[in-house]
Ligand binder design. Structure first.
Ligand SMILES: C[S@@+](CC[C@H](N)C(=O)[O-])C[C@H]1O[C@@H](n2cnc3c(N)ncnc32)[C@H](O)[C@@H]1O
Length: 253
């Protein structure tokens, strides 16, 4: 089973690929979307769950989601059709680092996807390039709630991205020319809901498909993820979503 299929199964009951409850997502979208006919661009949209929710709540909004994988696009397209928002939603399979939209967006989202650009600062640069002058950026990323053990840090920072504490994370965003107008730090309950859903969906699928050739791999992936979460990540790794507006020139953050 490839990583994308595994991730799609793990997100069966939690289509938002981040430790955020449904109420939090709705609140963040309400705060970010400036008017009913806003245009949204999601860089690293996953299956497009944020956009689907935004279009359901804002009946003249339009949205483009971009992801390097189209796993889950079919599910979202079907749901968009069912909800009557399909004509306002476009999902594009493309690398965000080379994607060039045809218009600027009123709201740009990058939630859990800054690693696509390698780090926060290039993500902010891309968002700025795609955002209307009075636009809003919804930026979600990890930070360290507490100093991790060297093993946990090495594991979590094995990719291109390193993390700092919350104050340093926000300070680097502000120093880059953004003003937070709202923020949400995932609660432990949101993390637990996300991680139990991730590992549980995968385990349930494996147990329901004992004869599938990927049965054992799925069970092992679920167990490894659960052990990592309970054995060092829980309460140490944090997640913050910032609602940001560009700081006017000449104004300190
Ligand atoms: C943690 S998921 C977050 C998905 C979504 N933003 C959400 O909150 O539900 C990160 C997403 O970034 C996508 N991604 C990673 N690198 C990418 C790239 N270079 N171009 C486009 N998408 C990328 C992955 O395929 C994945 O769907």
């Amino acid at each position: 089973m490839d990583r994308l299929t595994l991730s799609a199964l793990a997100h069966t009951d939690h289509p938002i690929s981040a430790p955020l409850g449904d109420g939090t997502v709705a609140d963040l979208l309400d705060r970010a979307i400036p008017r009913p006919d806003a245009h949204l661009l999601d860089l690293g949209c996953g299956e497009g769950a944020w956009l689907l929710r935004a279009l359901q709540a804002h009946d003249a909004a339009t949205a483009v989601g971009v992801d390097i994988s189209d796993a889950g696009f079919d599910r979202t397209h079907a749901e968009a059709l069912r909800c009557g928002v399909a004509d306002r939603l476009e999902l594009v399979r493309h690398d965000v680092t080379t994607y060039r939209p045809t218009r600027r967006a009123d709201v740009v989202l990058s939630v859990g996807a800054a690693y696509a650009f390698g780090a926060l600062l290039p993500t902010l640069a891309a968002a700025r390039e795609h955002l209307a002058a009075d636009g809003v950026l919804v930026l979600g990323d990890c930070f360290w709630e507490r100093e991790p053990s060297p093993e946990v840090r090495a594991e979590v920072e094995a990719g291109p991205q390193g993390f700092t504490d919350l104050a340093s994370t926000v300070a680097s965003v502000v120093a880059d020319g953004w003003t937070p107008v709202h923020g949400h730090v995932s609660t432990l309950a949101e993390w637990d809901e996300y991680e139990w859903s991730w590992t549980g969906s995968l385990a349930r699928w494996a147990l329901d498909h004992p004869d599938h050739p990927d049965h054992r791999q799925a069970l092992e992936a679920s167990a490894a993820h659960r052990s990592a979460w309970l054995g060092g990540h829980r309460g140490v790794l944090g997640f913050v979503v910032l609602v940001l507006r560009p700081t006017p020139p000449g104004v300190g953050g």
